[in-house]
Each structure stands twice: as structure tokens, then as C-alpha cells.
Design a protein around this ligand. Structure first.
Ligand code: 6R9
Length: 699
């Protein structure tokens, strides 16, 4: 294995099994359908001098010097940073990074800090407690309803993590075992993650919005013997029963021959009365009862830097969701370092990320990054619009939040409620505003900047993925001028490349496929039990590069503008959804013969799901059926993946070899009928006119 090095001589580039439908995006537009910023005269904003001079990185020159070292001497750069953490055994300094990332043979392995032994939970908690920070607040928990709140100090959090770890140990969980966590945003969710990490067990957090079928897939996919859950949760005024979904999921896995032995249920009396919840004798226990008798001392399991820390499922362009696996050492160093520099973290800050721990953002920038830095943060159970659209600003005011990190979809939704409700609250504590999950359109950027941040706060538009586990392209808030809609420059150690459809890397100003050409510490190491799929899905489309699935443009200043997915992944409110997953959910309905799903621009969600459905012979299209089809998707994936629109399709535009031409379906869906392009390769060109005629009956 060669250390991260050259990437010349890529040989011939082919696109074997990975499907890339490059969608054309106008040069200069930050996002299809949103306002276009002229490429020639981009608007820029620079943090004021007092902000810059106090920032960890205060100029592009300082960044460039650090960046150059991170690329030319990754071992030295990351090795120095890793020294700040506690390692029970030090890594081999000659081999900080080993990888064959850039080979043409399509085989990919990477290791960081090999030989080192550490524990991320120890570094998140014990290290701070031992350094006299035990009484600092780790979590300001804010419940769904106004007035529900509590705090946990670092030493209290450590005690809770130890109790949970001791309980898990008592039911047999040990290093390498997988544990499913299906919880709402109670403190117990990050506590459960850290408890697994303390034992070296691999957590697999499943977002609470996933259905029983999706949860079942994740339980049996990882053969997790223990499931941690909660009776129910309040989302706004609605109570959602999570334990009930766990019961249904286990009924599915049991029918297939796998039954977890233990289900630990947190009794959330605010959402459901204990008596109302049936418990399965011998399998289900109450969290609150079993933890209370556990000791607050729990020995740390020292794990290898390359031992897996967690797996997290995410959607790709083909097939079923992929179990992305992240390991310990590189992830720890990278999550902590990106948090520190991107949020310009300083002692005394109060940070708030609105993400759920069911997503990667909640892993890296709620559970791990902030705790590794000893930061105080808000953990919010509720939704940004309950009881009203001022809730986020009320929380900022209440806790004097200094960094606020959320998704463009939330920003757009709050923007719709107007400026007055924002201005009712004091936001002078805010220093930095963050964005993640999808491209932020310039109007939303400006509103966030001007109204929420009173024109004072830099916006860090952070581009990254479940697979990258940490920020990849992002502003450093005091470092350089911001351009609304651009994620700007690569973080330390990240080498982005823009590649054309033939796989040639483009230099200078360019637009194409966004790839990464050398390993970074928190890169995913494999897909759970499927290394071959890891290699084909990410490293075979563009040989010698990691292909992100996104398109991007690089401007004359070297800034990157992410143009969105170029594969068959739809990004709905920051949630990644594979078109293939929604299609296979639709065809589970007995009356659905075939389905084709595309993404369309949506003013709040970023993209919406638009489904073309062909029914079985002899079945008539009707409104009830439309509802039933949506229910099918809700029950196979979850409510967030239900199509917004169903377009009845007596047939679909296919090539003679039977491939659905989604390009045409996208154009019809977005009313760009005049831009259908070449339809001559279709087996039955007339179907296009039929679909256009049926647009009148679309709902
Ligand atoms: C962290 C996260 C990843 C996909 C990614 C891209 C989109 C995320 C973005 C962004 C433009 C940004 N994305 N951040 N697009 N600008 N700042 O969201 O992970 O759920 O895996 O989604 O989200 O399309 O490929 P994940």
C-alpha cells in the first residue's frame, strides 16, 4: 500500500455498473430553478475585521499554508492534531495514512493511525472530566413543549454513559457487536451512542421517521441482538409511537428467522402513558428501571484506530440502502477538527445543531465533534415550527447560542413566516450560522445572513456526505470572502477534483462530476459486509477517485459551487432518497405494475418526489388508489419518502433496450416540454405525448 501520493496515470476510464445521468445545470446557477447569480460578477461578503482577527483561521494565506501542509504532509499534519487526544497506545508515526486509493485496479483500502489504540467516548467525556471540566454543561436539553428542559454536565453525562454501557454489557454486548438505536432526540440517544462506543460495540442509529419495514431491514441486515428505543415521542402536537414500530419490525425479522433478544424501552411519559404500552415478557425491559441500578464506573474498551465505530444506512442511486461503516481514530480526529475550525469554536460558546442523530450530521456535529471539543450544546427534541415559527429564535435567545447549524429546507420554511417573528428575539449571541444537507439557494442564504444574523454572521455552507463523515468543502468563517450559494474551498486534507463525463480531470474553471482524489481521515472504510459494492459504488465510475454522486462547478477564485446530485438520488428536505427505493416501494402495491420516480424543484423541500405510475392491466386510475400508493411508500420507507405527486402513466418512455429515459420524465415533470431533447431512440416515441396529455390529471 502506498502512502497517499500521486494520482497520475489513470489509464482508461470507464463507467461500469454505476449509473450516472449527468443533469445539465446552467453555469452560474447555484441550483436549478432558483435565482441565478451572474458568474461574471459574484456577490461576496467578508466577515468584519474584528471577527477575522479573533478567528482561528483569519486569512486565506493562513489557510493556504495549513492546507498545503495537510496535502503535502498528511502524516505530519494529522499526526500533530491527533496528539491532542488520548491514545492508550500510539499509532505508527511512519504510517499515519496507508491507502491504495489511487490505483487503477479498483481495489480500495485505507487506514489512518493504524496500530493506535484509543476510545472516542473516553475522549468525549473522561478526558474533559479529568481536565477539570466535569462541571461544564455538555447538553442543554430542550423538549418539544415550551418549559421542558434540563441540563447534563460532562461528568453527569459520563455517569449516564457508563450506566448504559454497564447495562449493555450485562445483556452480553461486547466489542464488535451491533446495536440498533431507534430513538427520538432525548439525551438518551447520544448517551446510547457513546455507551456503545465505550464498549467498542458498533452503533447503528435508525432515524425515528423510518417505517417498521425499513427498521426491520436494518435490524436483520446488521444482526443486532439489542434494540434501544422509546415508548413514544411528541413531534409538535402529534404523539408518535416508536416502540410499536419496533414490535412490528421485529415481527418481520422474526418471520425471516432473526429475533433480537433484548429491547430496551425508554418510558417517555410526556408522549405516552406507561400502562398503554404492551411489553413482551423476557424481551422488553424499561430503560428507566434497568439503568437505575447500574454502576457509574465502566471500564473503557481500548479499540484499534481502525475498529468500526458505527454504521449508518444511506441511499444510493441503485439498489437498497447501503450500510456505510466508519472507524474510530480517523473519524475522531476529523470530526473534532472540522467542528473546531468550521464553527471557529472557542471556550464559552454555546453551539446548536438542529439535526437528528438519525442522520450523519447528528453523529459528527452533535454526538461526537462538539463533545470531543468539550463544547456546550443545545439538544432539541422538537420541530422548528412548534409552537410557532419563532421557536428556533426563542431557543437561540434562551441559551445565548453562538453557532446555529441547520438545513436550507428549515431556513426556507422559516423564511416564509416573515421577518417580524425572528426580530422578536434577541439573536446578538449568534456568531456563526451553518447550513448543511443540500445546496442553499442564494435567496435563503441572504435571508439567513441578513435577517437571522443581522448581517453580522458568516454563513458556513458545509458540503459533505454520510460517506465522508465530516465537512469536505466549506468556508472557514474568518478565512475568506463568502459567496451566497457556494461552499467555497476544501477543508484541510481534502483534494477535490472536477471530472468530465469521460473521467478526465478538469483544471481551472470547470463544471462536472465532483470527485475526491486522496484519502481523508474520516472516509468510509467499507459498506457493511459488502466491500465489493463499496468499490463499485464509489470508486469504479471514475477510476482512482472517490465519486461523490454530486456535480459541481469551480469558479475563477477556486470556489466550488455544488449543483446537486447527478445520479438517481433525490434530496428531499436534506434527506437522501434513492429513486429505486421509492419505485420498489410503489410496486409493492398489488395494482402497481411499474413506477418511475424523479425529483422536481420544490420551494421549501429543495426537491419533491414525482412518481409516474403504470397500473396493472384492467385497473382504473382513481383518487383512492393515489392515496394507497402513497401509503405503500410510507410503510416501506417512511412518511418523508412519500411522493408529492403521482402522474398516471399508461407506459413509460423507454429505449429499445428497455431503459427508462428519466431525462424525459424530469422535463415533463418540471413543465419543460420544449426541452425534451432527442426522443428518437425511444421504443415508442408516442408515449411522450400521452404523458404530456395526462399532466392535467396530476396530483
Ligand atoms: C451531510 C449530509 C449528502 C448529499 C450530498 C449533496 C447534499 C449536503 C450540501 C449538499 C450542496 C451542501 N449536500 N450538503 N449539497 N451543498 N452544503 O447531508 O449527508 O445525508 O449523506 O447527504 O447531500 O447532494 O451528496 P447525506
Amino acid at each position: 500500500l502506498a502512502a497517499s501520493s500521486g494520482f497520475l496515470n489513470k489509464g482508461s476510464l470507464t463507467f461500469p455498473s454505476v449509473k450516472i445521468n449527468v443533469r445539465r445545470v446552467r453555469v452560474g446557477s447555484a441550483r436549478q430553478g432558483h435565482k441565478v447569480i451572474a458568474a461574471s460578477a459574484p456577490e461576496t461578503w467578508m466577515a468584519p475585521d474584528d471577527f477575522k482577527s479573533a478567528a482561528l483561521v483569519s486569512s486565506r494565506e493562513q489557510y493556504q499554508e495549513m492546507y498545503d501542509r495537510s496535502i503535502n504532509d498528511p502524516g505530519g499534519f494529522w499526526g500533530d492534531i491527533a496528539e491532542e487526544f488520548f491514545w492508550e497506545t500510539k499509532w505508527d508515526p511512519e504510517n499515519v495514512v496507508k491507502s491504495n486509493f489511487n490505483m487503477d485496479d479498483g481495489k480500495v483500502e485505507a487506514t489512518w493511525f493504524a496500530g493506535g489504540k484509543t476510545n472516542i467516548a473516553y475522549n468525549c467525556l473522561d478526558r474533559h472530566v479529568e481536565n477539570g471540566k466535569g462541571d461544564d454543561i455538555a447538553f442543554y436539553w430542550e423538549g418539544n413543549a415550551i418549559g421542558e428542559d434540563s441540563t447534563l454536565t460532562f461528568s453527569q453525562l459520563k455517569d449516564e454513559v457508563c450506566k448504559t454501557a454497564n447495562y449493555l454489557k450485562s445483556v452480553g454486548v461486547k466489542k464488535g457487536d451491533r446495536v440498533i438505536i431507534y430513538m427520538p432526540m432525548l439525551n438518551e440517544l447520544p448517551i446510547a451512542m457513546l455507551a456503545c462506543a465505550r464498549l467498542g460495540a458498533i452503533h447503528s442509529v435508525v432515524f425515528g421517521g423510518f417505517s417498521a419495514e425499513a427498521l426491520a431491514q436494518r435490524i436483520s441486515g446488521s444482526l443486532s441482538d439489542v434494540v434501544l428505543t422509546c415508548s413514544a415521542v411528541m413531534r409538535g402536537t402529534k404523539s408518535i409511537g416508536l416502540k410499536d414500530i419496533v414490535d412490528k419490525a421485529i415481527a418481520i425479522t422474526s418471520a425471516e428467522g432473526f429475533t433480537p433478544s433484548t429491547v430496551v424501552v425508554y418510558d417517555n411519559t410526556r408522549a405516552m402513558a406507561k400502562e398503554d404500552l404492551p411489553m413482551v415478557e423476557g424481551r422488553d425491559v424499561w430503560w428507566n428501571e434497568v439503568m437505575s441500578s447500574m454502576s457509574t464506573d465502566c471500564e473503557v474498551e481500548w479499540v484499534d484506530a481502525e475498529d468500526p465505530l458505527f454504521m449508518l444506512y444511506t441511499s444510493g442511486s441503485t439498489g437498497m440502502p447501503k450500510g456505510v461503516v466508519h472507524t474510530t481514530g480517523g473519524y475522531m480526529v476529523y470530526a473534532a477538527t472540522t467542528f473546531k475550525y468550521v464553527f471557529d469554536y472557542k471556550d464559552g460558546d454555546v453551539y446548536w445543531c438542529t439535526a437528528d442523530c438519525g442522520w450523519i450530521t447528528g453523529h459528527s456535529y452533535l454526538a461526537y465533534g462538539p463533545l470531543l471539543n468539550g463544547a456546550s450544546q443545545v439538544v432539541f427534541e422538537g420541530v422548528p415550527t412548534y409552537p410557532d415559527a419563532g421557536r428556533c429564535w426563542a431557543i437561540v435567545d434562551k441559551y445565548k447560542v453562538s453557532q446555529f447549524y441547520t438545513a436550507p429546507t428549515a431556513i426556507r420554511a422559516l423564511q416564509r413566516s416573515g421577518d417580524a417573528i425572528v426580530k422578536q428575539y434577541d439573536r446578538s449571541s449568534l456568531r456563526i450560522l451553518g447550513s448543511v444537507g443540500e445546496p442553499i439557494n442564494p435567496e435563503a442564504w441572504r435571508w439567513y445572513h441578513e435577517v437571522v444574523g443581522d448581517g453580522r454572521c458568516p454563513i458556513v455552507d458545509t458540503w459533505w456526505q454520510t460517506e465522508t463523515a465530516g465537512h469536505m468543502i466549506t468556508p472557514l468563517p474568518g478565512g475568506w470572502a463568502l459567496k451566497p450559494g457556494s461552499a467555497s474551498l476544501p477543508f484541510f486534507g481534502v483534494e477535490p477534483a472536477i471530472v468530465d463525463e469521460k473521467g478526465n480531470e478538469l483544471e481551472g474553471e470547470a463544471e462536472g462530476l465532483l470527485c475526491i482524489k486522496s484519502p481523508w481521515p474520516s472516509m468510509m472504510r467499507t459498506l457493511y459486509q459488502d466491500h465489493a459494492r463499496y468499490e463499485t459504488a464509489y470508486f469504479s465510475a471514475v477510476k482512482g477517485y472517490y465519486f461523490s454522486g454530486d456535480g459541481a462547478r469551480r469558479d475563477a477564485d477556486g470556489y466550488y459551487w455544488i449543483t446537486g446530485r447527478v445520479d438517481d438520488v433525490i434530496n428531499v428536505s436534506g434527506h437522501r432518497i434513492g429513486t429505486a427505493e421509492v419505485e420498489s416501494a410503489l410496486v409493492t402495491h398489488p395494482k402497481c405494475a411499474e413506477a418511475a420516480v424523479v425529483g422536481v424543484d420544490h420551494p421549501v423541500k429543495g426537491q419533491g418526489i414525482y412518481a409516474y405510475v403504470t397500473l396493472m392491466e384492467g385497473v382504473d386510475y382513481d383518487e383512492d388508489l393515489r392515496k394507497e400508493l402513497k401509503v405503500s411508500v410510507r410503510s416501506v420507507i417512511g412518511a418523508f419518502a412519500a411522493p408529492d405527486t403521482i402522474h398516471w402513466a399508461p407506459g413509460l418512455p423507454k429505449t429499445r433496450s428497455g431503459k427508462i429515459m428519466r431525462r424525459i420524465l424530469r422535463k415533463i415533470a418540471s413543465n419543460e416540454i420544449d426541452q425534451l431533447g432527442d426522443t428518437s431512440t425511444l421504443a415508442e416515441p408516442a408515449i411522450v405525448d400521452t404523458l404530456i396529455d395526462l399532466k392535467g390529471n396530476v396530483k
